[in-house]
Design a binder for this molecule. Structure first.
Ligand SMILES: [Cu+2]
Length: 566
């Protein structure tokens, strides 16, 4: 399904349009057939897995900076569902129609239709792609996306790479979850996950599943095992692809030296820690030195879901939240392996081994004794400080309240976000049609420095994701700090930046970015259930330049399927 071709003469005009050098660049092509498949990711037979080319998770995309990514998506879902893909963390600078959110930057792709996404990869880092239609990615429609620099900033510090994804998992379909969640009876409590997975696999108690009438095969329960060569150093890429949950993550007996945050390379000699708290949508790269043992030693890779942030009520679509196994694990196995990577990739290929309950592991620390990374202390490699001032400001208060139907909805400032109908918001912008009031939006001029203040009076953290940008995080309150108060709270201009950031419980956050990417960019909570209920808004960036945005033929074609013309 994947082919790579060196840049051809035919591709040159595209590259020139994108404005990047064609030297040594190539087009990385994938074809994604999206359809429902069955599987047992956690041992429980699940028929509502939205797979790509018959697999879950979706294919890994690996490319280099300067390459053009071309992904042909074929919607074979067969029950009338639309689909889109969003490339989480990529700015889509100059290609805003490729960003993916349904009815924001494109019409959704209808069943039986095909859409080709084409855009240059301008930024190195660890990214991921996922559906941006309703809560579709929570049932499987996602994959990892790695873009390597040529050369990588810290290439000389590591030998090979390890990719780890962690996410929550449902036995119920996204449709069932949505129907249940968007009823007053849910009380605004999201569907409670059934399992947590690492690299697509995990473990559910089969006894509980069988009682609920679900097929469960305990011997199918496996976990990823990465064989490492003692004394080698690995770049561990970590992605949280959850619909809801945040994790504590650690590797027993080892330290983690951060070198990348959400695609931003970090400066040398960042503080070393034992653990990290990672929210939905966030990514990190760490240096992992295999210097804690000898051949034969095994260490646990541990991702533990932060249950205290999961709000639930009796009657939840998951009838047994107490049965969820909090911690999903993989294994780092010291071995004489030489090179065990995928062909033409520096990634160590994991094996998937049956879960062995009789085994005990060296050095299993308790979470409370571990030293966690403080993300605000990390400094980017390019050392670009945050802008000291701003031109325009948006203050956003996270609010949950009942709507007129008694449905408890999340929102920014009490206005649950509504998707526009007809043309997607970006199509409206380009055609000079006003974006409706219910599609909460904020306009800014080209070049403005925008400050966004987010206050979270709620009892759980929210991972806030902005499309189209990496933003500077200039202030992040501790849990319980209350709302942002410029007289009381100190900002930090050290340049920490990323694309998804947690606003802590009962606390505040201040981010800044430069409005230099004309388009319509969504900002939303990456708890997919919160976004679904309305915790989102769009930034309309440089509307004065909208007429210069090129509408790709593909975008027109996908909209025309809905009798929408841009
Ligand atoms: Cu949220």
């Amino acid at each position: 399904m994947k082919s790579v071709s060196k840049v051809s003469l035919l591709a040159l005009p595209i590259l020139l349009v994108f404005g990047i050098a064609a030297v040594n660049s190539k087009t990385v092509k994938h074809t994604f057939r999206v359809s429902y498949i069955s599987g047992l990711p956690d041992g429980v037979l699940t028929t509502s897995i939205l797979g790509i080319n018959g697999k879950y998770p979706g294919p890994l995309i690996e490319a280099e900076v300067g390459d053009v990514l071309e992904v042909t998506v074929i919607n074979k879902i067969q029950d009338g569902q639309n689909v889109t893909l969003h490339w989480h963390g990529l700015h889509q600078r100059g290609t805003p129609f490729q960003d993916g959110p349904s009815q924001i930057t494109q019409c959704p792709l209808k069943e039986g239709s095909t859409q080709v996404y084409t855009f240059p990869l301008l930024l190195p880092g660890t990214y991921w792609y996922h559906s941006h239609v309703n809560s579709q990615y929570t049932e499987g429609l996602w994959g990892s996306l790695i873009v390597r620099g040529t050369p990588e900033v810290w290439q000389e510090l590591y030998d090979e790479e390890i990719l780890i994804t962690v996410n929550d998992w449902y036995h119920t379909s996204a449709k069932q979850n949505e129907e249940w969640f968007l009823r007053p009876e849910s009380g605004g409590a999201p569907p409670y996950p059934f399992s947590v997975l690492m690299n697509g696999v995990g473990r559910y108690p089969c006894g509980t599943a069988l009682k609920a009438g679900r097929l469960c095969v305990s011997y199918s329960q496996v976990r990823p095992v990465f064989k490492v060569q003692p004394r080698k150093t690995y770049r561990l890429r970590l992605i949280n692809t959850s619909g809801w949950v945040a994790f504590n993550f650690t590797i027993s007996g080892h330290t983690l030296t951060p070198i990348e945050v959400d695609g931003i390379d970090l400066a040398a000699n960042q503080p070393v820690h034992h653990a990290i708290f990672i929210g939905a949508g966030q990514r990190y790269s760490f240096l992992l030195k295999a210097d804690a043992g000898v051949v034969g030693d095994e260490f646990l890779i541990r991702a533990s879901l932060r249950k205290e942030f999961l709000f639930t009520l009796a009657g939840n679509i998951n009838p047994a939240p107490e049965a969820v196994i909090n911690e999903v694990t993989g294994v780092i196995k010291y071995a004489n392996v030489g090179r065990q990577t995928y062909s033409s990739s520096p990634l160590v290929k994991p094996s998937f081994e049956q879960f062995d309950h009789s085994k005990t592991y060296r050095t299993v620390e308790t979470w409370s004794t571990m030293d966690f990374l403080t993300e605000m202390e990390t400094v980017p490699f390019d050392a670009v400080p945050a802008p000291p001032n701003f031109d325009t400001e948006k203050v956003v208060n996270i609010i949950f309240q009942n709507d007129e139907n008694g449905l408890r909805r999340g929102s920014f400032n009490g206005h649950p976000f509504e998707l526009p109908t007809g043309k997607p918001a970006l199509g409206k912008l380009v055609d000079g049609i006003p974006i409706p009031e219910a599609t909460s939006h904020f306009n800014m001029k080209y070049g403005d420095i925008v400050q966004v203040v987010i206050n979270n009076p709620e009892l759980g953290p929210h991972p806030i994701h902005l499309h189209g940008h990496h933003f500077w995080v200039v202030g992040m309150g501790h849990s319980g700090d209350g709302s942002y108060d410029p007289l009381r709270h100190q900002l930090n201009l050290n340049g920490h930046r990323r694309d998804t950031v947690l606003v802590k419980e009962k606390s505040w956050l201040v981010i800044r970015f430069r409005a230099d990417n004309p388009g319509v960019w969504l900002m939303h909570c990456h708890i997919d259930w919160h976004m679904l209920s309305g915790m989102a808004m769009v930034f309309v960036e440089a509307p004065e330049l909208a007429s210069s945005i090129r509408v790709p033929d593909e975008a027109r074609k996908v909209c025309a399927d809905h009798n929408v013309f841009i």
